[in-house]
Design a protein around this ligand. Sequence first.
Ligand code: NDP
Length: 296
Amino acid sequence: MSAQIIDGKKIAAEVNEDNRKAVSLLARDRNLQPGLAVVLIGEDPASQVYVNMKDRKCQELGIYSEKHVLDINASMPEVLSLIDKLNKDPKINGILVQSPPPPQIDEEKVIETIDPAKDVDCFHERNVGKMLIGKQDGFFPCTPYGIMILLERSGIDPCGKHAVIVGRSNIVGKPMMSLLVQKAAGANATVTCVHSRTKNLPELTRQADILIAAIGKPEFVTADMVKEGVVVVDVGINRVEDTDAKRGYRLVGDVKFDEVAEKASFITPVPGGVGPMTIAMLMQNTIKACKMQNKV
Ligand code: NDP
């Protein structure tokens, strides 16, 4: 079998077209413009790329955006005071602090300080709790939410399927478990989550009808670890040295694409799979935040 490619760029463009329409309706009918503030501490090149991509997407869609770049040595009081200002700013509906911050910054404390109504990344414990119990009036975290939409728009219903998630981070693995297991349309999967302490990991991944790889290890999932016909979602973004590439590296996922694609029924590429969806869902969450804060 040769897998059908799940085109994340195309699906993200469709979601963003809906986002653009929602933004123009808010302007036309309510004179409202959603606003997103992105906070970057330090100038880590990869983080800068992500922040600039988010900023550009806001501009494309008509979302107001602010970028706050703090010095790498910024103190906790400085960061918290900026968050407090953004919490109170009516132009700003969504706030995100680009991860990872430098070591002097207590990320958990920063997340707790963000007004849950503006927590468009869904890192605040109140929103995480709402997601877990299936409430719709919070936010879903952008990457796992984007994966749910990728599956839905590719006609893949997780209902009754065995979904195996490789990785248990708070950003991807754990919320992915929570979204897939919900008693709700588009979910209803039987979920297993494996991690670095799992025994016989390949035995479990071979049972997957849907396999989601989110570990940050280049090409970790190989063909012998999956069964024929599996749906594979590759979240990983890893730089590997490539002297033929202009920048000296290329991006690969957590899945050995060519060989796994031979066995899978569907597969996401890297790049162009999950990545574009993450930003599209961030835009959607910002619009939702604006609507909720203005009781639209
Ligand atoms: P983390 O490093 O936070 O978590 C990695 C997880 O993988 C951990 O649970 C860890 O287990 C597990 N793991 C690591 N090594 C192994 C192993 N050998 N066997 C089994 N499990 C292992 O990563 P993230 O979840 O933040 O990110 C994962 C990947 O996804 C990265 O490449 C990241 O760049 C990418 N990413 C992509 C996004 C996108 O938009 N496309 C968004 C977010 C992340 P343990 O808990 O036991 O340590």
